[in-house]
Design a protein around this ligand. Structure first.
Ligand code: FAD
Length: 481
């Protein structure tokens, strides 16, 4: 089993191949090279969307210069871990026509209007940093956490370092059945000696060393045919040493016939679930495994139950549901029955959500995205978006890559069509002056490389690939800022 802390998304999996539209556009480069323009492009956010948009623009416009602004002092967004120096995003950052401007929060340190004034085009790629709330009574109780914060905690995101999850309970319940839910379950149940070899933070490792959690329930409103996780993540759970699966064969009745009609990836996933649910646990040495994980289907959270003193979460009241309709579109409706599931830790994993960045930028609060047409922000010429803030928080890095190349392509088309400002723009020179006057000290890519070297060196001394720096103040101190 490849253990990577949350780093299921190996950077080695960052796709290096191009979708066909990108392969078909090299002529753009020639077309632009004949024009006397040096477009100054600003990208907000240094996750996959930001880097892939920058990569596309730089590759297809020989004179473009891209500045990537990032709120954190470190680049790479949700995937800053395990990056190898020969990967495309690092090449992009090292291009003389690209600069990383870390430690700059757009919306507070500098406004989007100021960026639009300074650059020919601004691309918003700032991801989805909020989470969907449960919206049930008891959600505020200690012991209820968002999976997003929990992931941030063990991955070293500065804002989540004070989380201090209480892992002294026997049972944890995760609400939601997507890949993030399985990531969290896996981290809670992975033998500590495996985690010790990953780049999980030392503080998280220590807390997990003391953890008493033996059982993790992963709860979904709908059935096995509607789970949102993928087969790779399920396989990792099934193969997790020292654990056994808890699946109720009754949830799978009649499924054998129905899976014939479903698309192939879902069919393979359901077959694996079915096989796991109906396997002979007695024949499996893992039947005696000390830890367990279970999938609880057809259950919707109704209330987080308080402990007798009312001071913390002690369980979840679940409404039993049944499905109306079939397949992906099936809706869960309550049957009227409820079930209480005792636990000491509740992790809500119902999805991520983007936030509005700045009052000047249109935002769709219902969909939680920036309204756009093919990456062009509506009613805002010269403003673009890519990644999760463009299409919502779904899909893997490959999806984000395709979508970001499309935004890059849209931007270049507009540039070619004369839809962007034609005169020179000051780019970073203007923003640098503004940031200086506001006391903001940006972090460059070579600064990041120093931090990276420090992390790797600290990791080596404890047998880990790296020991992440988790305090932005310490990072800035190390850089002499
Ligand atoms: P992000 O990666 O979130 O990047 C956004 C960046 O913008 C961040 O660096 C953020 O700090 C920055 N930012 C935010 N606000 C501001 C601001 N105001 N000013 C400046 N900068 C700002 N995909 C896979 O292919 N494989 C996996 O194994 C996998 N695992 C995942 C596990 C988890 C827990 C999650 C949540 C997602 C996972 N994904 C995985 C999906 C993948 O992470 C996304 O497709 C991708 O990260 C989305 O890219 P993005 O650039 O839109 O957002």
């Amino acid at each position: 089993m490849a253990l990577r802390c949350s780093c299921r998304w190996p950077w080695s999996a960052w796709p290096r191949t191009r979708p066909s539209f990108a392969r078909n556009t090299p002529s753009l480069c020639q077309q632009f090279s004949t024009q006397e323009i040096n477009p100054q492009i600003c990208v907000v956010g240094s996750g996959p969307a930001g880097f892939y948009t920058a990569q596309h623009v730089l590759k297809h416009h020989a004179k473009a210069h891209v500045d990537i602004y990032e709120r954190q002092p470190v680049p790479f967004g949700l995937v800053r871990f395990g990056v190898a120096p020969d990967h495309p995003e690092v090449k992009t950052a090292r291009s003389p026509r690209c600069a990383f401007r870390g430690n700059v929060a757009v919306g507070s340190d500098v406004t989007v209007a100021e960026l639009r004034e300074a650059y020919h085009a601004v691309v918003l790629s700032y991801g989805a940093e909020d989470h969907q709330t449960l919206g049930v009574q008891g959600e505020q109780l200690p012991g209820v956490l968002s999976a997003r914060a929990f992931v941030g905690w063990y991955n070293g995101l500065p804002e989540n370092q004070a989380l201090a999850p209480d892992l002294s309970c026997d049972t944890a319940v995760i609400l939601g059945q997507g890949n993030v839910a399985l990531d969290v379950a896996r981290i809670l149940l992975t033998p500590i000696e495996h985690l010790e070899k990953t780049d999980i933070t030392e503080a998280a490792l220590e807390a997990l060393r003391q953890s008493q959690v033996k059982t993790v329930w992963i709860v979904g409103r709908r059935g096995p045919l509607q789970v949102a996780f993928t087969i790779k993540e399920l396989r990792e759970m099934i193969q997790l040493p020292g654990t056994r699966p808890l699946l109720d064969p009754a949830d799978f009745l009649g499924l054998q016939d129905r899976i014939k009609e479903v698309p192939r990836p879902r069919k393979r996933l359901t077959e694996l679930l079915l096989q796991t649910a109906t396997g002979q646990p007695g024949a499996d040495h893992r039947a005696r495994a000390p830890r367990a994980w279970g999938l609880r289907f057809f259950r919707s959270p109704q209330q987080v139950l308080p402990s007798p003193d009312g001071q913390r979460a002690a369980g979840v009241r679940l409404a039993v549901t049944r499905l109306e309709g079939t397949g992906e579109a099936a809706r869960a409706v309550p049957t009227g029955d409820v079930e209480d599931l005792p636990c000491g830790l509740v992790l809500s994993s119902l999805g991520y959500r983007s936030r509005p960045i700045d009052p000047s930028v249109p935002f769709d609060p219902k969909l939680g995205i920036i309204p756009n047409t093919e990456g062009r922000v509506v009613d805002a010429p010269g403003l673009y978006c890519s990644g999760w803030v463009k299409r919502g928080p779904t899909g893997v890095i490959a999806t984000t890559m395709t979508d970001s190349f499309l935004t890059g392509q849209t931007l270049l088309q507009d540039l070619k069509a004369g839809l962007l400002p034609s005169g020179p723009r000051p780019g970073y020179a203007a923003i640098q002056a503004l940031l200086g006057s506001r006391g903001v000290r940006p972090v460059s890519f070579s600064d990041w490389e120093k931090l990276d070297a420090e992390e790797v060196s600290r990791g080596q001394s404890v047998g880990k690939p790296r020991e992440k720096l988790v305090d932005p103040q310490e990072m800035l101190r190390l850089l002499g800022h």
